[in-house]
Design a protein around this ligand. Sequence first.
Ligand code: MN
Length: 129
Amino acid sequence: MHITTERPDTRQGPAENFTGTVWLDEPAAPAAPSRLRMFSVRFAPGAHTAWHRHPHGQVPHVLEGEGLVRRRGGEPAAIHAGDTVWTEPGEWHWHGAGPRTFMTHLAVMEAAEDGTTAERHEHVTDYPA
Ligand code: MN
């Protein structure tokens, strides 16, 4: 057992992966053989990810605020504090804050064998305003 009391500094989400202001914390990064990855992602109003997909899927669990999620071929869906999303392995999607609200979600996923957790595609060009 290990209790983490210090963790890396909060860092800003890189512009190639996000639009708008996004802050990332990594509350846990267990050593191999675990491939669990966990991020707390704080989106400012209107901020959102680019289109992307996860090799083994992802569980975004909304901790605070209201946001939107969309899968390729679907319509934007509202998500609220307490909601849990499951994105299928390889399913292209985006997620982010509502246009006038903050949104924080915990993002839980399993890394691929090479350590990657996401494949990025283009930025979202029609995010709801
Ligand atoms: Mn995702």
